[in-house]
Design a binder for this molecule. Structure first.
Ligand code: FAD
Ligand code: EPU
Length: 337
């Protein structure tokens, strides 16, 4: 067990914070032992995957467990489908690449998302018209209190936009150990409608893309606007895209006629990046923290010296100015500790 352990290398914002205790586990037995330690020392637990959706605003006065359970297995389901079982500590993009190399379809639009497989159900990760709920079958979890292993199916996970039961009523209660996906082995469904995929494929001179080519296009688009955490600390989109009523949208449109919005029955989803840019934040830096110059929704540790508190306060200023200008509440996507 490590004590007073620096978490700086373990979060993609690259902020300094100390864990009272820290351990990495590679087996279920080690995980159980670590949980017992936290119970006997009466300290809270925090599970860490890749640290790419977390902001430490202070030290953690408990036990941080970095979950490194590894392994991928498969089971052919029928002529067109395979079940793929991946342990929580597998890196997400390496897992996607593994599936693409085997020509298993369904995850290609989710290429290059940082973090681990075990975290993917937490916020039902999504990008370019796909979310994990589209291929998710179930996940195995360890109940922190009863120490029992349980299984959650698709319905039980209550997936929503950047949301699941694990972020809501079951928060902190379960540790996700393994996730099962149902992928295609033939007759793949190619999804190119979203965003810039189609035009990127045209740039690449591709007409009838394979799943591997869709992945390539997604990777190119992501690399063109999202900062690489290895170069500049960040956690991707800091806020969720807000949904407002059609009525509120029409009212705002009277004053800001260019406001973009994607309507879904009576609600309209607004790109938070646009709202933030309109408030003058895009590329703006205050001391060590900035809104990214190519994507206003991404807050970056511009100097590498930012504290979590500084980043949090910067995000509060953004929330306040969007609220003041548009009357819209932005909700943080990143998990704040
Ligand atoms: P961590 O940051 O380690 O953990 C996040 C939360 O989950 C914490 O509260 C932690 O305690 C909890 N947790 C972690 N593992 C477990 C577990 N096994 N069981 C229970 N609780 C657990 N997200 C998207 O959805 N779409 C994107 O397109 C996207 N793009 C991104 C781009 C960049 C450049 C970055 C830096 C991030 C992006 N993200 C995106 C956010 C992030 O990659 C995802 O949320 C990812 O799933 C986080 O995984 P992680 O393992 O790093 O989580
Ligand atoms: N926009 C601006 N200014 C900006 C940024 C965006 O005006 O600085 C507007 C533009 O109108 C643009 C629109 O916002 O067309 C959408 O931007 P983008 O395609 O970059 O997507 P996003 O809505 O900002 C979401 C997800 C990303 C995901 C991409 C692709 C959320 C909170 N974010 O971003 O997920 O990769 O779509 O699907 O839903 C993440 O969750 O961390 C993440 C990166």
């Amino acid at each position: 067990m490590n004590e007073n352990f620096s978490l700086k290398p373990y979060n993609t914002f690259g902020v300094e914070a100390y864990a009272k205790y820290f351990t990495e586990v590679t087996s279920l037995d080690q995980l159980q032992e670590a949980i017992n330690f936290s119970h006997s020392h009466h300290v809270p637990l925090l599970i860490l995957g890749g640290g790419s959706n977390i902001l430490f605003t202070k030290d953690f006065e408990g036990l941080v467990i970095k979950l490194n359970l590894k392994g991928i297995t498969e089971q052919i389901l029928d002529q067109n489908h395979v079940l793929v079982y991946a342990k929580a500590g597998e890196n997400w993009h390496e897992f996607v690449t593994y599936c693409l190399n085997k020509n298993y379809g369904g995850l290609e639009n989710l290429s290059l998302i940082p973090g681990n497989v075990g975290t993917s159900p937490m916020q039902n990760i999504g990008a370019y018209g796909t979310e994990i709920k589209d291929t998710f079958v179930s996940c195995t979890v360890l109940n922190n209190e009863s120490k029992e292993i349980e299984t959650f199916n698709l319905e039980q996970c209550k997936f929503g936009y950047r949301d699941s039961i694990f972020k809501q009523e079951a928060k902190g209660k379960y540790i996700i150990l393994e996730v099962v996906f149902r992928l295609t082995t033939a007759h793949h469904t190619i999804k190119t409608e979203y965003g810039a995929i189609q035009s990127e494929l045209e740039n690449l001179g591709i007409q009838n893309p394979t799943i591997q080519e869709v992945s390539k296009a997604v990777i190119n688009i992501r690399q063109s606007k999202l900062p690489n955490p290895k170069e500049i600390g960040n956690a991707g989109s800091f806020f969720k895209n807000p949904s407002i009523s059609l009525k509120q949208f029409e009212e705002i449109k009277q004053k800001f006629e260019n406001i973009p919005g994607y309507s879904n029955r009576e609600m309209v989803k607004i790109p938070a990046g646009w709202l933030i840019e309109q408030c003058g934040w895009k590329g703006k830096q205050i001391e060590n923290v900035a809104s990214h110059k190519l994507q206003a929704l991404v807050i970056v540790n511009a100097t590498g010296l930012a504290t979590g508190k500084e980043i949090f306060d910067f995000s509060t200023q953004i929330i306040d100015s969007v609220k003041e200008k548009f009357g819209i509440n932005l909700e943080r996507e990143v998990n704040i500790i």
